[in-house]
Design a protein around this ligand. Structure first.
Ligand code: GDP
Ligand code: MG
Length: 442
């Protein structure tokens, strides 16, 4: 499976300090396969891999990460950067009515998305919204828009199959202007395959409507073929945004990357259900995780990269190396570092499948709570107690437990753990510090 593929990369080549030509090739082959399995189109994959390779080469491998982990995190960041540019919401900067033209293949979700957008604009942006259908080929399609528009709480402008789409457009704009609508949403016809007549028709519509937004609606389940659809629509129309529908399905949504790369337009929204509230602002980072099949794990790699306080870790290592005693203050330092890392190293070791990843999330939050509790206990000790833990006897234990709001047994457990850690520290003399911190997290 996809996540197995990437987990393998993540685990490979431990102990190497940087990403090089020599070790990157195999890993990138896996990434390439992962993207193809997610239905990203081949030329887009090639481009993307070339960019990632350039960015990854020579990248330092910090802390407890492996080159594979660093590479996957570069891949993830590049994916998110490629798909997102922060221009999420609908642009309405136009003389009212701001016209929004919906384009896309039949079945992509144009009519549904039109109603979803109407609802969004009414509820979130307090706009007065009119919809109209230019789908004169299927009377049922006009009725469908009427129904969903009513559900969205917007107004619908009637059209009939004997009219020409451009005439409908003119009449609708006229009506919208006279009745002070802020927004006019124009639904259009789609075909099962792209054809010239359809493209000409929507170009004519575009010329008449002069829309402030021309949204390309594309089905995330369309897979590899999305790139061709996107090319055709992008060549015919100046697209201003993309709506990726049916993300509630089980596709990996690789179409997002293809469509974004081919059109250059921002992905603004994601359709996540048939219902009218099933429209979300597109989240590029989350989607990158979905494409790679690794979800939150990637975010965790990021955290490790960002969160390890290398200076403090080195100071601690030096202290142990120099033979100075390892006391509860050092233990607290370690615990705080664990907190920064979120106890993640142990989590990273459990990557083999999506299932394991889910289980580990629960582990993770438990580990985090545990870390907080330990921190609380040590903070309830005096400095003297921290540097000479052997003086902590029954009375002190009771006081510390009360201060930290825990049972005395928990104080005992912490002291025992400290002793074990101290023993290990003596044996290891500062080496393998990261390994030790990892063990603590487990
Ligand atoms: P159009 O031909 O482009 O106008 O597509 P429609 O809006 O009629 O949608 C086609 C089908 O896809 C309908 O059954 C919709 O309910 C469904 N649909 C649209 N968007 C979504 C979505 O985000 N999620 C799911 N599950 N179904 C959707
Ligand atoms: Mg339709």
């Amino acid at each position: 499976a996809l996540s197995d593929r990437l987990s393998r990369i993540v685990k490979e080549m431990r102990g190497q300090a940087r990403i090089t030509e020599a070790n990157v090739t195999d890993m990138l082959r896996e990434v390439r396969m992962a993207l193809l399995e997610a239905d990203v189109a081949l030329p887009v994959v090639r481009d993307f891999i070339a960019r990632v390779k350039e960015k990854a080469l020579g990248q330092e491998v910090v802390g407890s990460l492996t080159p594979g982990q660093v590479l996957v995190s570069v891949v993830n960041r590049e994916l998110a950067a490629t798909m997102g540019d922060g221009v999420a919401d609908i642009n309405l900067a136009a003389q009212p009515p701001a016209v929004i033209l919906m384009a896309g293949l039949q079945g992509a979700g144009k009519t549904t998305t039109t109603a979803k957008l109407a609802k969004h604009l009414i509820e979130k942006r307090k706009k007065k919204v009119l919809t109209v259908s230019g789908d004169v080929y299927r009377p049922a399609a006009i009725e469908q828009l009427k129904t969903v528009t009513a559900q969205a709480g917007a107004e619908w402008f009637p059209s009939t199959p004997d009219q020409k789409p451009v005439d409908i457009a003119r009449a609708a704009i006229d009506y919208a202007r006279k009745h002070y609508f802020d927004v006019l949403l124009v639904d259009t016809a789609g075909r099962l395959a792209i054809d010239e007549a359809l493209m000409r028709e929507i170009q004519e519509l575009h010329a008449v409507l002069k829309p402030v937004e021309t949204l390309f609606v594309v089905d995330a389940m369309q897979g590899q073929d999305a790139i061709n659809t996107a090319k055709a629509f992008s060549a015919a129309l100046p697209l201003t945004g993309i709506v990726l529908t049916k993300l509630d399905g089980d596709s990996r949504g690789g179409a997002a990357l293809s469509v974004r790369q081919v059109t250059g337009a921002p992905i603004k929204f994601a359709g996540v259900s048939e219902k009218l509230d099933g429209l979300e602002v597109f989240d590029a980072e989350r989607h990158a995780g979905r494409i790679l099949g690794m979800g939150d794990i990637l975010a965790l790699v990021e955290q490790v990269t960002a969160g390890v306080d290398m200076a403090a870790a080195q100071k601690l290592a030096a202290k142990v190396k120099s033979g100075e005693g390892f006391d509860l203050n050092d233990f607290l330092d370690q615990i705080r570092q664990m907190k920064q890392m979120g106890g993640l190293s142990s989590f990273m070791d459990k990557l083999p499948s999506a299932m394991a990843a889910k289980a580990s999330e629960a582990d993770l939050s438990r580990a985090e709570k545990d870390i907080k509790r330990k921190e609380g206990i040590i903070c309830s000790m005096t400095l003297k107690e921290r540097s000479r833990p052997e003086i902590i006897k029954a009375t002190r234990k009771r006081r510390i437990a009360a201060g930290a709001g825990v049972h005395v047994q928990e104080v005992n457990r912490l002291l025992k753990e400290f002793e074990q850690m101290q023993g290990m520290m003596k044996k290891m003399k500062g080496g393998g510090l990261m390994k030790m911190m990892k063990r603590m997290g487990g």
